[in-house]
Design a protein around this ligand. Structure first.
Ligand code: FEO
Length: 400
């Protein structure tokens, strides 16, 4: 448990958590995540962020190999969510800091989580500068990226930005830098997965924040999760990728997700897929029984079309489809076309309800839902293929 010097007198003192999975419904990547925390040694020694409560000992162990914890003068809390601030009690007790800096909104969260603590807290706002010796810390609030309290900390003398959750990825690895990871495809997928399951609802805010970040002269961009972006090319790569993810320009690819009782809706899903592919739209079919809702969400990152299928069950849709749609709606994807389909025995309102869910997400629906009684017959399958074709045409128009 050694600290790692990532720049002169700047140390990574975080922890790699290979075992943590669920993160408010988002199933983190199969290999876990990393909580990054940083120590800057100067006339004032500053700890930026902490770690999840169950890993406080790891941070303290790394920190104490750099300097005795009581030599830390300041703690900066860029974000009060508990994967970064949940070990604050233990850390503050050991460190006894002279000051704790937090955003003005973060102060309220801190008072909520740590009521009754008589800590030396100072609230800061965008543009506030704290001198720590040879260096300055410039604070920039990034409200709703992804919490109201969120802020980032820039140290201009080192061209170093600590970006808290933004630009992060859930990766657990002994690599600290993106250029050490050795799997560019997996790295990009983890960025996408993180964005589509955490940051997506705040895409308009991302587009406003990116120019602020671009104004900073940065050669190292350190998020609070995953690998650090080192060097101008890596910094450019992640900023460009965020812009692309936030813009959500339509892409010529479709996602068909479904659940099924006795395979009728499954058969419809694959036929809808044929209708899309025969009309030039590569398609991924995903059963919500076989894929976690966050994996389905990640797939949407590359798809301009989204189609949902469920049989009617107890006058509604199957519960896993309801869960998937609730999760997807909360993440507010923009700029999609789509459609709905499903089999039924008697009442048959499921596919119409799917259509309503998609409509509530502002998905453009070029035609009504397709429903098939009991088993899809020739006409039913033809209607599924036509649904695929209609969505493919609508998507083509959107992409042109
Ligand atoms: Fe990584 Fe919003 O906490």
């Amino acid at each position: 448990m050694q600290p790692i010097e990532i720049k002169k007198d700047i140390f990574w003192v975080g922890c790699v958590d290979y075992d943590h999975r669920d993160f408010h419904g988002y199933s983190r990547s199969p290999d876990g995540s990393t909580y990054n925390a940083f120590l800057v040694q100067d006339e004032k020694n500053v700890l930026f962020d902490t770690v999840a409560p169950w890993r406080a000992g790891v941070l303290l162990c790394r920190l104490s190999k750099t300097l005795p914890p009581e030599k830390v003068d300041y703690i900066v809390c860029n974000h009060m969510e508990l994967d970064h601030a949940g070990s604050l009690s233990e850390i503050v007790e050991c460190v006894k800091p002279e000051k704790i800096f937090v955003s003005q909104v973060g102060l309220k969260s801190m008072q909520g989580y740590y009521a009754g603590k008589n800590w030396p807290v100072q609230a800061v706002k965008s543009g506030d500068i704290v001198n720590i010796g040879k260096r300055n810390i410039v604070f920039q609030e990034t409200r709703m990226l992804h919490w109201p309290d969120s802020m980032i900390s820039y140290i201009p003398e080192d061209n170093f930005l600590i970006s808290q959750d933004i630009f992060g990825q859930n990766i657990a690895s002994s690599a600290r830098f993106a250029d050490e990871f050795g799997d560019e495809g997996k790295f990009a997928r983890r960025i996408k997965e993180y964005y589509y399951n955490i940051v997506l609802p705040y895409s308009p805010t991302v587009l406003k924040a990116l120019p602020l970040v671009e104004k900073m002269d940065i050669d190292m961009l350190a998020p609070d999760h995953g690998l650090i972006h080192r060097g101008p090319r890596a910094v450019r790569f992640i900023i460009d990728m965020y812009r692309k993810l936030a813009e959500q320009k339509p892409q010529k690819r479709a996602l068909v997700f479904y659940d099924t009782m006795w395979s009728s809706t499954e058969q419809m899903a694959y036929t809808v897929c044929s209708g899309l592919e025969e009309n030039g739209v590569p398609t991924r079919v995903m059963s919500v029984k076989n894929n976690h809702h966050s994996t389905v969400m990640t797939e949407l990152a590359d798809c301009g079309a989204v189609l949902a299928g469920s049989p009617t069950h107890n006058n509604t849709i199957l519960p896993l489809m309801a869960a998937q749609l609730t999760y997807m709606k909360g993440l507010r994807p923009l700029n999609r076309v789509g459609g709905a389909f499903g089999s039924y025995g008697w009442s048959g309102e499921g596919s119409k309800q799917l259509q309503e869910h998609l409509s509530a997400m502002n998905v453009e629906l070029p035609c009504g839902p397709v429903k098939c009684n009991w088993r899809p017959d020739y006409e039913g399958l033809k209607a599924c293929r036509e649904l695929g074709k209609s969505v493919a045409e609508a998507l083509r128009k959107k992409c042109d």
